[in-house]
Design a protein around this ligand. Structure first.
Ligand code: ATP
Length: 370
């Protein structure tokens, strides 16, 4: 197994900086999804790792070996692109076989490897079918099988699901999940689709403007974004942000109309802090509770999975909350809202986590007793 390491890797296209002095290691045997909006540099980073794009400066290493100056072929990697690269005029077996024959493997070994990948990708029924007969989802599986059967130590996927028909997408995604779980290779997978990244990745590298904003397991990235961008980009919709929630120099207890109990800051930071909380973490109740504050229901919409997305006015703030359908049905114009402190993330004026946490104050600190 090989890790992939890039050091001060940079790519400029004229005045555009596509990849901005990136240094990171993608661990051996892990699946990393490069995730981010269009134009953030995912494909350029992957193409430099593949040897398809020459860096403006910086180095690429596979294990201890510097490959920056090696051709794509000499890097000996597997690649799967947006559009399936398959040989027309031949069947599935022949497509997978061809690169294996080029490696001069024995017939028995070739058969063994074909058997393994067709089972892994659940396409045994199609091995004798000609490429022309297949839908483009199955063609993409053939392209994946060809890349994997060679057993390269590194496999790169560039948005392999994007151009597959809707009807085949789910099946291909399931097959890829099975594949990346079973493979021992180091996998880099480019996608702009957060659900795909959350499903497939051991680690997500969240990219913005040619940089990696956060590199973390999917759940950690979702629950604990270390930057406003992660809170905004992930989730559907993204986090609620309450700007100027409190000043980072606040000492002692303070109150907020969003919380039923007084709060305090654990730590100090310069400047105003923004409070972030995901809509699915905001709790909404149809009746008063001691741990909840009153709110007015502004709107309701049904979203994926039958949940309701509820917009709530709490004092001067508007909060989005995602609630189960049965909870949504019980709501009238009045509601009560509880924001769990353990689900809150604070961000500093620079958009990053300030190293300060929000806590409940012991009530006595607001009303000190003599
Ligand atoms: P997408 O998901 O849209 O492919 P991406 O995150 O993969 O986006 P890149 O394709 O790497 O982003 O592009 C990063 C930036 O570099 C963009 O501003 C893009 O316009 C620019 N760029 C990429 N390739 C070239 C090129 N060959 N010539 C000029 N500019 C380029």
């Amino acid at each position: 197994m090989l890790d992939i390491r890039v050091e001060n890797l940079r790519k400029e296209f004229g005045s555009v900086v596509a990849v901005d002095d990136l240094t990171i290691t993608f661990p051996a045997g892990s699946t990393t999804c490069l995730l981010g909006p269009s134009g953030c540099g995912k494909t350029t980073l992957m193409r430099m790792i593949a040897g398809l794009e020459t860096p403006t400066r910086g180095e690429v290493y596979f294990g201890d070996r510097c490959v920056t100056k090696l051709s794509t072929r000499a890097r000996n990697i597997g690649m799967v692109f947006q559009y399936p690269v398959v040989y027309r005029g031949s069947n599935v077996r022949e497509n997978i076989e061809l690169p294996l024959r080029a490696e001069k493997l024995s017939k028995a070994e070739i058969d063994r490897r074909i058997d393994e990948v067709v089972d892994l990708l659940e396409m045994r029924h199609a091995v004798d079918a000609s490429i022309e007969e297949l839908d483009n989802g199955t063609r993409q599986k053939v392209a994946v099988a060809r890349a994997v059967a060679r057993r390269p130590q590194i496999i790169l996927f560039d948005e392999p699901i994007t151009n597959v028909d809707i009807s085949s997408k789910l099946q291909l995604k399931r097959a890829l999940k099975e594949l990346v779980t079973r493979l021992k290779q180091t996998i880099l997978y480019v996608t702009h689709d957060q659900t795909e990244a959350m499903t497939l990745a051991d680690q997500i590298a969240l990219m913005k403007d040619g940089r990696i904003v956060q590199y973390a397991p999917p759940r950690e990235l979702y629950d604990r974004p270390n930057d406003v961008f992660g809170g905004w980009f992930l989730g559907n919709p993204g986090m609620n942000f309450i700007e100027n929630f409190v000043n980072g120099s606040q000492q002692g207890a303070f109150t907020s109309p969003l919380f039923a109990r007084p709060l305090r800051l654990d730590g100090r930071a310069a400047g105003p802090l923004t409070l972030g909380v995901r809509p699915e973490h905001v709790r909404v109740y149809p009746a008063p509770r001691s741990d909840a504050v009153p709110a007015r229901v502004l709107s309701r919409a049904i979203v994926v999975g039958g949940q309701q997305l509820v917009a709530l006015q709490v004092a001067d703030f508007v909060l989005k909350a995602k609630v189960a359908a049965d909870v949504g049905r019980t709501l009238t114009q009045e509601a009560w809202v509880h924001v769990p402190l353990e689900r809150v993330t604070l961000f500093g004026a620079d958009g990053h986590k300030p190293g300060v946490a929000l806590q409940h104050a012991v009530d006595e600190s607001l009303h000190p007793t003599p």
